[in-house]
Design a protein around this ligand. Structure first.
Ligand SMILES: [Fe+2]
Length: 615
């Protein structure tokens, strides 16, 4: 049993208790023996075709490690989405996966990539619009993809290589990561290799069956990208538009959006695609042909430097309402087609917590699972789970109940980093969780670095900045000290899971509430105690924190509740205009360049040394 425990250790080398050199030797020999005896199967999933590149290792059907490349290479979204670089592999994320398991590429049983050259070729042959909208780029993309398996072969991989279609990987990332025996599975994003923007599946056992599709150029994902540019943001700023929507009145532009997008029967939607011109959206630098929106809305696009006015709030609000309508319409149809009482969601649009809440609470389903990495960063997870389940026909693994699949770091590694900075003062906290809770209650802003880094776009207590949620002024404090966020972006609370019903109106409990993927109305009698985290519409994009999946974060919040009577802390991602931090070095760098008051990292409480340069 003890050797199994060592073999299953998924933390990166250097995180266990023994000295590092001896530990790696022990781990390697133990894993080799265990693999020989148990015939463990390792499947490496990767995503690199477009953007948000990532890697995931599945061991005997269980996700054991997964991370996005952007956290290592510090490039937002990992790489640019270009036709000439789908073979730009997430090298750091792959190395992390292999090192964590103590294996090499040659030890992998299967490698899988979320893309499908056959599907792309079929789209080209049919003359359908492609992700590149340009025959030369499409050809280049198609010709570059084979470099991916070639690179693995050159590095010593000799097993089967699997291409998994983009939307299949999204669907698998939600359905196979749930423990539902069957589920209606809805994937909504901008566009996949298959020229579809939305695909619907019925998951049963270890198979996913496609039951309905919406073909590009009708695309909810692209509608959000276009509106983001129209409102003066970047293509990737859908989350900003979602936050802005709560300030607006949707009725001003309801009729206009009804002309641009509408439901169809049975269970689909269509758009005025000739007016919306999604093909002209450019990512670098962000630009789009907004003439269709200008005509429909009777409004000129907002430039980034222009003030945000009520009309901009109202555009965002109408877009959100239209999205809710379309997603709920499809969810209802999926329920009718599949007969399932369970819903799984993935694709970038599934990061929209408002639409998720409407689809679930206003819809017919009794249970919901949303993949926490619903964007393309989760495709590595989905492709690996698809191979284990659907391709190889194995039995289902456990539910992904948390998002802590990234690297962790040992006390030695943390201390080495801290010791390299004489401008820092650090000490072991006497009572770590209580000390942090006390500092929070005193109004301090704390960078919290602990355990394994989160997969997905949300910081969930391991790479977070935390603060007192009661203080309405905390938004300004955070903006001054570290985050340069727009006024309209909500700050989320991390709440003791057992306290959620007393503070929020939750019609149907779901694990999506553990990942900031649902927006719940706060109970009116609680408004005064949560001024910093209450959005303008009195909802909160909560993280329900559980003692079994993040015991330390749970204890910190419980200590804060004991001091204040408020069972939550403000939680925002630990970064400043950069990807969320990954390593102790990242944590220290961001701590030093901002005015965060304390850094709580591993067992240490860190502050900046008093500046004595002025005497
Ligand atoms: Fe996608």
């Amino acid at each position: 049993m003890s050797s199994n425990t060592a073999g299953r250790c998924t933390a990166r080398p250097g995180t266990c208790a023994a000295p590092a050199t001896a530990r790696i030797t022990f781990r390697m020999s133990t894993i080799s023996r265990w693999r020989r005896d148990r015939k463990l199967m390792y499947i490496l999933g990767i995503n690199s075709a477009y953007h948000e590149s990532s890697a995931c290792l599945v061991q005997d059907g269980r996700v054991v490690v997964a991370a996005e490349e952007e956290r290592f290479n510090r490039v937002k979204h990992g790489k640019q989405a270009r036709a000439d670089n789908p073979d730009e592999l997430p090298a750091n994320a792959i190395r992390f996966c292999l090192d964590s398991a103590g294996i090499t590429i040659a030890d992998l049983d299967h490698v899988t990539c979320a893309a499908d050259p056959d599907e792309i070729a079929a789209v080209r042959a049919a003359g359908l619009p492609s992700p590149w909208n340009n025959p030369d780029k499409q050809e280049l993309f198609l010709n570059t993809l084979p470099n991916i398996p070639q690179q693995f072969a050159q590095e010593g991989f000799g097993g089967p290589f699997h291409w998994v279609p983009h939307h299949t990987a999204h669907a698998a990332s939600a359905y196979f990561a749930s423990d539902f025996p069957d589920a209606a599975t809805l994937v909504v994003d901008a566009l996949g290799d298959d020229a579809f923007s939305t695909r619907m599946y019925h998951g049963r056992g270890n198979q996913l069956t496609n039951v309905a599709d919406i073909r590009y150029p009708a695309s909810i994902g692209y509608l959000w990208e276009l509106c983001s540019v129209f409102l003066g943001f970047g293509v990737y700023d859908a989350a900003k538009v979602m936050g802005l929507a709560a300030y607006g009145d949707p009725t001003r532009y309801t009729a206009a959006f009804d002309q641009l997008a509408w439901t169809t029967d049975p269970g689909g939607f269509d758009m005025a695609t000739d007016r919306l011109k999604f093909a002209d959206i450019l990512y670098y630098p962000p630009s789009a042909d907004c003439s269709g929106l200008i005509e429909a809305l009777g409004l000129e696009p907002r430039r980034p430097e222009d003030p945000l006015l009520d009309v901009h709030h109202d555009v965002a609000a109408a877009l959100q309402v239209k999205t809710n309508e379309l997603v709920l319409h499809m969810a209802r149809h999926l329920h009718t087609v599949t007969g399932s009482t369970r819903l799984c969601l993935a694709g970038g649009v599934a990061l929209n917590c408002v639409a998720n809440q409407v689809a679930f609470e206003d819809g017919p389903f009794e249970e919901l699972y949303v993949q926490p990495a619903a964007h393309d960063g989760g495709l590595s997870v989905g492709s690996a789970l698809h191979v284990w389940n659907a391709v190889l026909g194995n039995s289902r693994g456990p539910q992904m109940r948390h998002a802590y699949w990234g690297p962790s770091y040992s006390e030695d590694e943390i201390e080495t980093e801290l010791s390299a900075h004489p401008e820092l003062v650090f000490e072991r906290a006497a009572d770590f969780e209580r000390d942090i809770a006390r500092l929070l209650a005193e109004g301090m802003v704390i960078g919290l670095f602990q355990g394994r880094m989160e997969l997905g776009p949300r910081a969930l207590g391991n790479r977070s900045i935390i603060a007192d949620p009661r203080r309405r002024e905390m938004r300004d404090v955070l903006n001054r000290k570290v985050k340069h966020r727009e006024y309209f972006r909500p700050l989320a609370p991390s709440v003791l899971a057992e306290a959620v019903p007393d503070w929020f109106e939750v019609a149907k409990p779901t694990s999506a509430g553990d990942f900031m993927l649902m927006a719940y109305p706060a109970r009116p009698e609680r408004y005064a105690q949560m001024g910093a985290v209450l959005h303008v519409d009195n909802t909160c994009r909560i993280q329900a924190v559980r003692s079994d999946t993040n015991p330390r974060f749970h204890r910190i919040i419980a200590e804060f509740a004991a001091l204040t009577g408020v069972p939550m802390v403000l939680n925002t991602s630990f970064n400043d205009q950069e990807p969320i931090i990954c390593s102790p070095q990242d944590a220290v760098n961001t701590f030093l360049k901002t005015e965060i008051d304390y850094l709580a990292i591993g067992p240490y409480l860190v502050r900046k040394a008093p500046d004595d340069s002025t005497g």
